[in-house]
Design a protein around this ligand. Sequence first.
Ligand code: LLP
Length: 426
Amino acid sequence: MSNIESGFHKRNGVLHIDNISLTNVAKKYATPCYVYSASVIRKQYKALKSALEQALPADKQPLLCYACKANSNIAIIKILKNLGSGLEIVSEGELARGLKAGFSGKQIISTSFGKSDAEIKACLKADILQFNIESPDELYSINTQAKNMGKTANVAFRLNPNISGGGHSKISTGRKDDKFGNTKEDILKLYEIAKEMQHLNPVGVSIHIGSQIVQSDAFKPGFERLADLVKTLRSAGHKVTHLDIGGGFPINYNNEILLNLNEYAKLVRDIILPLDTQIQMEPGRYMVGNAGILLTKVQYIKQTPSKKFAVLDAGMNDLIRPTLYDAYHDISPVIDHNKGKRIYDVVGHICESGDIFNKNHEIATLHKGDLVVIKSVGAYGFSMASNYNSRPLPAEILIDGNKICTIGKAQSIDELMIRENIPDWL
Ligand code: LLP
C-alpha cells in the first residue's frame, strides 16, 4: 500500500483519485459519472472521531449515525459501517439500504418527517434503536403499530430551538416557522403522553439546526436550549438517557474556513457531556461530500454575442445543487493543456435557463471533448439526481487505492420506461 497516494491529486498533469487516472475512468466508463474516493470518506470519519476522542471520555463517545440521505449508495453506506458508524435514515427505502449494507436495527435512528405506517412497521420489524418524533400524531401511529407487533419503541423528541443555522435558507431547519421539531412546551406534554403509552419508551431529545454550518458558535445556542430542556424534563420526573445532537458539519466547496472540529468537540464536552446521557450525532455531508466528483465531458463550446458557454454532457438532472440552492461547485479540467484561462458559463444539457453549473467561471481554455470534474458532489449529488428531460441516471464508480468498481450502473434508455405502462384502451 505504500505507493498509493490517497485522495485527489495531479500526477503527470492528469487528475487522479488514489492511483487511478480520471482519463482512464472516462475511457472505461461513460461520462457523465460520479466517482468517489473511499480513502477520503475514511479520512473524514476518522478526523471527526479523533476530535471527539480527544475531548470526551472513552465511555461517552457519541454514536456517529451517518445521515445517508447525503449519499445512500449501499457501497458508500458499507464503508461507513465498516468504520464503526451507525446510521440515520429518513424513509423505508433508506432503512432497506442500511439493512442491505449490514447494519443491525440497533445501529439505526429514524428521523423521518411524516413517517408512514408501512415505514414505522418496517422500522419496528428491524428493531431500530430510536424514532425521533417530528409531529405529535406520530406517537399514536408508532404506539399502535408497536402494540400490533408486540414491541416497545424508543422515542426521542426533536426540539425546534428557533435558531437559524446553515449555508442557505432552504437547508436551515431550526427556525420557528420551519416544519421541523417541536417547541419545548410541546415536548414536555408529549413526554407525559408517551410515558402513559404502553408501547412507547420516551428516551430523550434531539436537535438538528441546519446543514453546512461553518461556525462552531452557531451550535452553541441550540446545545444550550437542549440542555435547558433536559433539566426541565428531569425536574418534571422524566428520564432522559439519549441526546441526539444532529449533523450539519461543513465541507469545502470554495476554500471556506471550515468548522474547527476540536472547538465543536469542546462545546459537546462543556454543554452536552455534563447531562450524562448517551450522545448521538447525525453527520451526512461531512462524511462524503468532498469524496465525490462528477466526471463529465465538454460536449460543445458555444459563443454568443455576450457569452462563451461550455456545454457539458451532464445537467441539473445529475446535479441539482447549483440550480436549487445557488450552490458553488468548483470545476476543473482533468488535464490542463496550459493554453491560458478563459471565462465560461459552464452549463448543462437540460432545456432550462437555470441549468448552470457555474456562471462566469474562470477555467483553463476548454475544447470539445475535454474532460472536466465538478467537485465536492459526494453529498446530495447523486442522491438528488432525477430523470428530468428523460436523461438516464449516471453511473457511480468507487476508487479505493488500486481498486475500482461500478457501485451504481448507469441507467439505460429502456430502463427509463420500465415502470411505465400504456393502458390497453389507448
Ligand atoms: N439530521 C437531520 C434530521 C437532517 O435533516 C439532516 C439533513 C442531517 C441530519 C444531515 O445533515 P448534514 O450533516 O448533511 O448537513 N440537500 C441539501 C441538504 C439538505 C439537508 C437535509 N437534512 C444540500 O444539498 O445542501
